[in-house]
Design a binder for this molecule. Structure first.
Ligand SMILES: NC(=O)c1ccc[n+]([C@@H]2O[C@H](COP(=O)([O-])OP(=O)(O)OC[C@H]3O[C@@H](n4cnc5c(N)ncnc54)[C@H](O)[C@@H]3O)[C@@H](O)[C@H]2O)c1
Length: 267
């Protein structure tokens, strides 16, 4: 399998580059920023995702894509539109034109960030994006659905929680995704047969998770880490987490609280 990874110079991309080395026939790494030169089994290409001709070049001869490239947080509409919405469209369309019909897409918990923390949500709940950023991830998931139904794609949309070497605050007791478990989930998304359109949560096996990840487990994901191992240390910090009433009530944390002038009681 010849695999293209977009956003390969970033935090998740660098960890996956190291941990996936040698597993596939080719790991082609693309980004707009500089990366270490290609090692054995690797190629490095520069591709601006909002330019489909550059994405087409990066996609040449590829079988499957790990799509991480984009802005990883809230930003202006112009920036989100260019990198996350146009960029993700270009990745799916270039994949279709190159017959690379399997994509593991870095979606986000912020596609569903307006659910309350006293709710457990699964892979079938309606999207509730909490920012322009979350909206771009909801768009990416809908794009995946279209390409699965219309063009026989297999797509795993990973609603990633908090990718960190170790969980950093109390919220991450629910949302943490360890380096090892991210590698396991991406490998699952590249291998699962007849996956179709799959929404999963990109989290470790966290005791306090708000997300029912049974669908990921059915596909073969077997996470080995649990943020609970860090609970005593994180809960001893004062305050245990940043944010006001809105952030602390809602799964998206400080993201739904940005620019918020809604009615928390009505949510
Ligand atoms: N890190 C997390 O906890 C987390 C949580 C949820 C979702 N995600 C998603 O996972 C993906 C990777 O996250 P990360 O933490 O590694 O972010 P990152 O910012 O470290 O990496 C993203 C990479 O994408 C590249 N990029 C951005 N815009 C681009 C464009 N227009 N064309 C080409 N390349 C472009 C950047 O240069 C960067 O190297 C992102 O899509 C992010 O939204 C991350």
């Amino acid at each position: 399998m010849r695999v293209l990874m977009t956003g390969a110079a970033g935090h998740i991309g660098s960890v996956l580059r190291e941990r996936l080395a040698g597993r596939y026939d080719l790991l082609r790494l693309s980004d707009v920023v500089r990366m270490a030169p290609a090692g054995p089994g690797e190629e490095v290409v520069s591709a601006e995702l909002s330019d489909i001709s550059q994405v087409m070049t990066a996609m040449d001869g590829i079988d499957a894509v790990i799509h991480l490239g984009g802005i990883p947080g809230e930003d202006t509409w112009e920036n989100i539109l260019r990198s996350n919405i146009e960029g993700t469209y270009n990745v799916f369309e270039a994949a279709r034109l190159n017959d690379a019909r399997r994509i593991v897409f870095a979606s986000s918990n912020h596609a569903v960030g307006f659910y309350r923390r006293d709710q457990v949500v699964d892979h079938l709940v309606a999207q509730r994006p909490d920012t322009r950023y979350g909206l771009s991830k909801a768009f990416g998931e809908d794009l995946a659905s279209l390409y699965v139904d219309k063009h026989r794609f297999q797509v795993m949309c990973m609603r990633i929680g908090s990718f960190q070497a170790e969980p950093k605050d109390a919220r991450q007791l629910a949302t943490w995704m360890s380096y090892g478990d991210m590698t396991r989930l991406v490998a699952t998304g590249l291998a699962a047969p007849d996956m179709g359109f799959a929404v999963v949560y990109g989290i470790s096996r966290n005791t306090r998770a708000w997300w029912d990840n049974a669908h990921a487990y059915r596909l073969g994901y077997d996470p080995q880490d649990n943020a609970e191992d860090h609970a005593d240390r994180l809960l001893a910090v004062e305050p245990p987490e940043a944010g006001g009433d809105v952030a602390l009530a809602l799964q998206g944390g400080i993201f739904p609280e940005m620019e918020f002038d809604g009615d928390l009681d009505a949510l």
